[in-house]
Write a protein that binds this ligand. Structure first.
Ligand code: ADP
Ligand code: MG
Ligand code: MG
Length: 252
């Protein structure tokens, strides 16, 4: 079983503290949603977990099955099973989508355990079919000339093939039309299993009409200030965030 525990995580950008002590515990089989107003540190959390060089972690830990990922290099985090949709380069000249995916999968599987070409192609074709992607995308150069929606689907393709333990999706719904949203959501729902947890970061409740979270956390000013079940997302959709601010005496 997968367990991911974030404790007292603080992070800063250019000397400015953005994350002020994040605590979150996730198990495989659970979908957690993080919601919150713009500029509150949601993407900073995702980036800090993935080891983006711009974000400096100043305190806390994030352990995946007992190992602190914050002490790992970026590649090691991916090997350990952490996936962030935005972590992969947006374009690499001369590298096709399928070449890129195959080397990412092999890096994740480790030396001596590489996937066979036949198996890889079969898996890719079936994943692409599930995402209703045009087969020609396998042979296009990575993200080159992909539309916003195509990039998002491609991120989900990467996720489904990399078989992560913890998948972090930051604003995966932005720029998706309703059909693409449904397809992306179906993939997440199908990938949910007891060894895999999802952290879904979203500004809008819309996505949560298709992916029902087990837990909803509200983030404000660099902290998780409230947690609940799916009903919390529904309340936020209806009433916005002001009532939470009032409840907590937050002024801004
Ligand atoms: P959210 O994802 O919740 O909208 P972010 O994590 O993107 O919030 O941003 C949190 C805060 O950090 C904001 O005040 C934002 O301006 C600041 N910030 C984010 N990224 C950078 C950056 N690369 N350089 C400077 N400030 C940043
Ligand atoms: Mg933002
Ligand atoms: Mg953001």
């Amino acid at each position: 079983a997968t367990k991911f525990v974030i404790e007292g995580l603080k992070a800063e950008i250019e000397g400015k503290e953005i994350l002020k002590g994040i605590n979150l515990e996730m198990n495989g089989g659970e979908i957690h949603a993080i919601m919150g107003p713009n500029g509150t540190g949601k993407s900073t959390l995702a980036s800090a977990l993935m080891g983006h060089p711009k974000y400096e972690v100043t305190a806390g830990s994030a352990t995946l099955n007992g190992e602190d990922v914050l002490e790992m290099g970026v590649d090691e985090r991916a090997l350990a099973g952490l996936f962030l949709a935005m972590q992969y380069p947006s374009e690499i000249a001369g590298v096709t989508n399928s070449d890129f995916l195959r080397s990412a999968i092999n890096a994740r599987r480790g030396e001596g355990n590489e996937i066979s070409l036949i198996k890889f192609i079969r898996q890719m074709e079936s994943s692409m079919k599930g995402l209703e992607m045009n087969p020609e995308f396998a042979h296009r150069y990575l993200n080159e000339g992909f539309s916003g929606g195509e990039k998002k689907r491609n991120e989900i393709l990467q996720m489904s093939m990399l078989d992560p333990k913890i998948a972090i999706l930051d604003e995966i719904d932005s720029g998706l039309d309703i059909d693409a949203l449904r397809i992306v959501a179906n993939s997440v729902n199908e990938m949910k299993n007891e060894d895999r947890g999802f952290l879904i970061i979203t500004h809008y409740q819309r996505l949560l009409n298709y992916i029902t979270p087990d837990f909803v956390h509200v983030m404000m000013q660099g902290r998780i200030v409230k947690s609940g079940g799916p009903e919390l997302a529904a309340r936020l959709e209806q009433d916005g965030y002001d009532w939470i601010k009032e409840e907590l005496g937050i002024t801004d």
